[in-house]
Design a protein around this ligand. Structure first.
Ligand code: UD1
Ligand code: UDP
Length: 367
């Protein structure tokens, strides 16, 4: 059996969480030589995940600069990945999702004639401004990719309707596979102790289209609910490393006594705390996949989602970014037990945790 070279490129926290389990699986297959390249689009948040998986990448482009404009990051990634392609000469390159890393790597591959496998393909809002620039990135990668690994049937149908007729596979989402590495029954944490006797609310926010005013609205809503429920709730907000977000968070929430503003959590801590919290307030993509698995209600502070499966399952609720709306939904979820029960039913539209195996099987067959 001829060996095939698979180059896996990723650069941000969520890509790392979802690609590391796939790399582990691919490395177990005799047919493949797996080469890993990180762009370093994220630094600390990426390194946290690499450490968790004991992963030392073969290449690290180290492109992150504080406050780096998207265009600068894009060109740095494209030229960096292009040089790696010249050295490695892979039979296929795998990219994940909708980040700048995935988009830039896909363009470099396309221009050099290297086949592309797109993991987490076919998610869509069909609104190029929400999320920005992810919707553009993933649609573009869809156009360039040769193998599309769609997490759900709906994602597959999106791709089919866009004319991607062949090599579209429904594999589940590798996010669920990642949970096997992180979730523990006997997990303890200082934050759980600190929250004891109160309901724990996990908060994460980072989307570009929410920067500034929408973010301020969400924080004001959170501030009100925290102030009104000092004895009943405790919020944990691991802040994204982006200074633009941290400054506003500290300004508006720094004075609240029942919230902890922390550094980004290690993925194992994040997953275990998510499994044990009362509800999540977030604009994250990955958390919209993980929380339904745990049966934790999620208030999604966005106007649209590319993950409607979780909304249909009843676990996710879109609450927009207007202060009053976000506030009222949090209040309702705290007071309406029936609604809470309805949203707490574990429902996992993203597969049975064998997504990595399925993708590796397909690649073994196709390459
Ligand atoms: C990126 C992705 C987004 C994904 C998110 C996951 C793009 C355009 N955006 O958004 O799709 O949902 O990651 O978190 O690809 N920073 C650090 N240390 C880190 C990470 C970030 O200091 O470990 C700071 C830097 O100043 C950096 C800024 O955050 O310039 C923004 O990072 P960037 O990767 O451009 O965008 P994100 O908002 O993180
Ligand atoms: N996450 C983490 N630590 C944190 C916040 C989130 O490990 O402090 C995990 C989360 O569980 C999920 C992933 O990071 O697996 C989501 O990343 P993010 O929200 O940054 O990006 P998105 O999924 O929106 O692209």
């Amino acid at each position: 059996m001829a060996e095939k070279k698979i180059l896996v490129v990723f650069g941000t926290r969520p890509e790392a969480i979802k690609m590391c389990p796939l790399i582990v699986e691919l490395k177990q297959r005799e047919k493949f030589t797996v080469i890993t390249a990180v762009t370093g689009q994220h630094r600390e948040m990426l390194d946290q995940v690499l450490e968790l998986f004991h992963m030392i990448p073969d290449y690290d482009l180290k492109i992150m600069k504080a406050g780096q404009p998207l265009v600068e990051a894009l060109t740095a990634i494209m030229s960096g990945v292009s040089e790696i392609l010249d050295k490695v000469k892979p039979d296929v390159t795998l990219v994940h999702g909708d980040t700048l890393t995935a988009y830039a790597a896909a363009i470099a591959c396309y221009l050099k004639g290297v086949p592309i496998g797109h993991v987490e393909a076919g998610l869509r809002t069909y609104n190029k401004k929400e999320p920005f620039p992810e919707e553009f990135n993933r649609q573009s990668i869809g156009l360039l990719a040769d193998y599309h690994f769609a997490p759900t049937e709906r994602a597959k149908q999106n791709l089919i309707s866009e004319g991607r007729g062949s090599h579209v596979y429904v594999t589940g989402n590798t996010a669920i596979d990642a949970l096997k590495y992180t979730v523990r029954g006997n997990y303890t944490s200082a934050y759980l102790k600190e929250a004891e006797g109160r309901k724990l609310i996990l908060v994460t926010l980072h989307r570009r289209e929410n920067w500034n005013e929408p973010l301020r609205n969400i924080f004001r809503a959170l501030q009100r609910i925290l102030d009104e429920n000092r004895e009943r709730i405790f919020a944990l907000y691991p802040m994204h490393k982006n200074p633009q977000i941290r400054e506003i968070a500290k300004e508006l929430l720094g004075g609240c006594e029942n919230i902890r503003l922390t550094e980004p959590l290690d993925a194992a801590d994040c997953h275990n705390l998510m499994a044990r919290c009362y509800f999540v307030l977030t604009d994250s993509g990955g958390i919209q996949e993980e929380a339904p698995y745990f049966g934790r209600p999620v208030l999604v502070a966005r106007n649209v989602t590319e993950r409607p499966e979780g909304v249909e399952a009843g676990t996710l609720m879109l609450v927009g970014t207007e202060e009053e709306n976000v506030y009222l939904h949090m209040k309702q979820l705290l007071e309406d037990k029936e609604l809470y029960q309805k949203m707490s039913k574990a429902a996992n539209p993203y597969g049975d945790g064998t997504s990595c195996k399925q993708i590796a099987d397909i690649l073994e067959r196709e390459l």
